[in-house]
Design a protein around this ligand. Structure first.
Ligand SMILES: [Zn+2]
Ligand SMILES: [Zn+2]
Length: 305
């Protein structure tokens, strides 16, 4: 089974085409020009897309870090589709597999099982990667509306692109002094933010399993990379996360910051979510590598079970 996964070379041509188009479209930023509104659209839509992946797809659908109503669950799923990273069930199933088989030969995301390119994006261009393993997400697949979202995941990303174009066209006619237009917002808020979000999230599987430091002696090679905070906003504490996957936050010590976890606490405070899972301090303070081995060491997976 592992050999099939590692050596499957069936490339999905439409996926390759989509990725090429998206990357080529990014160069159109040199033709549409700059405006402060365009930059703002990049930042705002990056945050929306990233939040949709980190809080919704990752911490809710993959790890069940909190619970919520069925209605808000659907709204969350809808927000997740704005990221352009396929459906909630597809994302959660793939991620659960990543945790179950971290850095073993069954982990298609691992940079220790092939090239860095394959762990980052190559796996995503294969036919087998497009299918949702519903067996791994039975807990959410029982909701027909979530199944619908999973199959019609393009609704969010397409909607966001159309919205940005219409917004830019309206601003051009209503407030010409802003110097923006439909195409400009489509490229900055649509293409660039989607591409940036995509590579930052993919980087969690690739560079966050190579570069950085381990704070906890997990069996995988996950790391924390402090300088990725401006982009990952809490997910940069990936080794902490592997240590406590279901925790709503990856920030365990005072100086660690996880804005995604903070937003979950915010939703809890206003009653949108409940049963927010918290890590136990006794365990994570006691098991830190610097407590038990005096210095930070990289642990490469050698004999994983
Ligand atoms: Zn990982
Ligand atoms: Zn995870």
């Amino acid at each position: 089974m592992s050999a099939e996964i590692r050596h499957d070379r069936k490339i999905d041509a439409p996926s390759v085409f989509r990725f090429l188009i998206l990357h080529l479209a990014a160069f159109s930023v040199f033709f549409v020009g700059y405006s402060h509104i365009a930059l703002a659209s990049l930042v705002v839509f990056y945050l929306i897309r990233y939040w949709g992946v980190s809080v919704v797809y990752h911490r809710y659908f993959s790890h069940k870090s909190f619970t919520t109503s069925r209605t808000f669950q659907f709204i969350l799923g809808l927000i997740g589709t704005i990221s352009g990273q396929r459906g909630p069930l597809w994302w959660a199933a793939g991620h659960r597999k990543h945790h179950r088989y971290s850095d073993t030969e069954l982990d298609v995301h691992s940079p220790h099982n092939g090239s860095l390119f394959h762990s980052h994006i190559g796996w995503l261009l294969k036919k087998e990667s497009l299918e949702t393993d519903y067996e791994l997400v039975k807990d959410f697949a029982k909701y027909p509306e979530i199944m619908w979202l999973n199959k019609n995941h393009s609704i969010g990303i397409t909607g966001s692109f159309i919205f940005l174009y219409i917004l830019g066209a309206w601003l051009e006619s209503a407030y010409p002094a802003l110097g923006t237009n439909g195409w400009q917002l489509l490229v900055w808020g649509g293409v660039l933010s989607t591409l940036l979000c995509c590579h930052v999230v993919l980087g969690l599987n690739s560079i966050n399993h190579i570069v950085g430091k381990k704070a906890y002696p997990t069996k995988d090679s996950s790391t924390n990379i402090w300088w990725m905070f401006p982009f990952m906003l809490g997910e940069h504490l990936h080794n902490n996360h592997h240590y406590f996957p279901s925790s709503h936050t990856a920030a365990f010590k005072g100086f660690e910051t996880d804005l995604m976890g903070a937003s979950i606490r915010g939703m809890e405070k206003i009653g949108l979510v409940s049963n927010v899972k918290k890590p136990s301090p006794e365990k994570y303070l006691g098991d830190r590598i610097d407590n038990v081995e005096k210095e930070n060491v990289m642990i490469r997976p050698t004999a994983l079970n």
